[in-house]
Design a protein around this ligand. Structure first.
Ligand SMILES: [Zn+2]
Length: 428
């Protein structure tokens, strides 16, 4: 005799939708997802499993249910600056401005169906403060894994003093606010890693190479030395923290990061067969953030930036295809908040499209944005797929992204966003 499960806590049943569970398995039609409080307790088909009595039934007939999206590379405290701004917004915005930007960004992200982010560098501990405020329920937003400031060398990609100069905005350096601390040499690197762990960073971010926005001569140079990279990873590991490294290229720089045990290569544009092979062997994640470079190819960008960005876009596609072929774990990231139009809550959907049109299938892109992204952050046992025991982080959308990955970019496509069983968005 079948007995009904006693109703404990707050039970919800999402009924009748087509379920894309994030594992990459075939969608389940006429699905039923049972949620108790913050967790998924049962997943199956209508008729196969029972709706517990007293459950709140959410009708998802004709809609698609999928895991909440995860972005492994955001900068929520960076203002999304118009072109006329100084790259990283170093001059125009105070720490207070940035905090407000970040709170607004958090709300936009959850409303866009992004339920977890890994922030890849902030100033003034803003990512950590916003993370904690969301945890307390004071503000709304995705679950945040913050990196605090990250590590860059003096004169490196994220040394704001240099950025102001390199982008040729002719202003005195003393106007620069919120400069990021720089770390040079093994001893300083160890110290800064410890400081970031002290303030509560969830993982350590470092900038191992130059970046595309710095004009040609610095885009592809190595910044941190082998010894410094080794020291950073070792120190982070002592505290159980992963290291994510910005590494645009050259392949040699990527290889050192992989060898020393960096968990994820951010951007990883200029890879070669060998570096990709090493990433595959070592289980290193690739977080491409293709959309960031597409934005830099816009007609209004200065010629010098456009040139590198155009090269980057071509190389990125090659890298993505190579990585897929070699079995590298690919996780979605966007660089959301990076300068020049990288709008929080919009670029995530655009990145899905870019991945799905430049090497991956639509299903593979969704897996990169859900299961693999959760694993990259180290929370694969908690979220990323719609399976019993995991957090009820999911979205309900109109239309099937497997048929048209672009539909997520359409306004009104997202009908519901749920994080840990709590509904944040509900559109008719
Ligand atoms: Zn970034």
């Amino acid at each position: 005799m079948e007995t009904e499960k006693p109703k404990v806590g707050n039970v919800k049943a999402i009924k009748g939708g087509t379920l894309i569970d994030g594992t990459g398995n075939e969608p389940i039609r006429n699905s039923l997802v049972i949620i108790e409080d913050s967790k998924i307790v049962e997943v199956g088909q209508v008729g196969q499993i029972k709706i517990p009595s007293g459950a709140e039934v959410i009708d998802a007939s004709g809609l698609v249910v999928m895991p909440g999206l995860i972005d492994c590379h955001t900068h929520i405290s960076f203002p999304v600056t118009p072109f006329a701004a100084t790259g990283f917004g170093a001059l125009e915005y105070s720490q207070a401005d940035r905090t407000i930007w970040a709170v607004v960004a958090a709300k936009k992200l959850i409303e866009a169906g992004i339920t977890t982010i890994r922030d890849m560098g902030s100033t003034g501990h803003i990512d950590l403060a916003v993370r904690d405020a969301i945890k307390r329920g004071d503000i709304v937003g995705p679950r945040i894994f913050g990196s605090d400031a990250g590590l860059t060398i003096t004169g490196g990609h994220m040394d704001v003093l240099k950025n102001v100069r390199s982008l040729a905005f002719d202003l005195p350096l003393e106007y620069t606010q919120n400069q990021r601390p720089t770390a040079d040499g093994v001893e300083e690197c160890i110290k800064v890693v410890r400081e970031q762990i002290r303030v509560g960073a969830d993982q350590i971010k470092m900038w191992a190479t130059g970046g595309v926005m710095e004009t040609t001569e610095r885009a592809l140079i190595r910044e941190y030395s082998d010894e410094e990279i080794k020291a950073i990873v070792k120190e982070a590991k002592k505290s159980g923290k992963f290291v994510a490294s910005h590494a645009v290229g050259p392949p040699d720089a990527i290889k050192v990061c992989v060898e020393e045990g960096v968990r994820s290569i951010e951007h990883g544009i200029f890879n070669d067969e060998e570096s990709i092979g090493m990433m595959s062997e070592n289980g290193t994640y690739l977080v491409p953030t293709m959309v960031a470079y597409h934005l830099l190819t816009a007609p209004y960008m200065p010629q010098v930036i456009k040139e590198v960005a155009n090269r980057a876009v071509i190389a990125h596609e090659k890298t993505l295809k190579r990585a897929k072929k070699a079995g590298v774990k690919i996780a979605l990231g966007t660089d959301s908040g990076s300068p020049f139009g990288s709008v929080h809550g919009e670029v995530q959907h655009k990145e899905l499209e870019l991945m799905a049109t430049r090497g991956l299938t639509a299903m593979e892109s969704i897996v990169a944005a859900t299961k693999t992204a959760a694993e990259c952050i180290g929370i694969g046992d908690k979220t990323g797929t719609i399976e019993p025991g995991k957090f009820a982080d999911l979205i309900v959308i109109e239309g099937n992204p497997l048929d048209n990955i672009k539909l997520l970019q359409e306004k009104g496509c997202i009908k519901m966003v749920m994080k840990e069983g709590k509904v944040y968005v509900k559109n008719p």
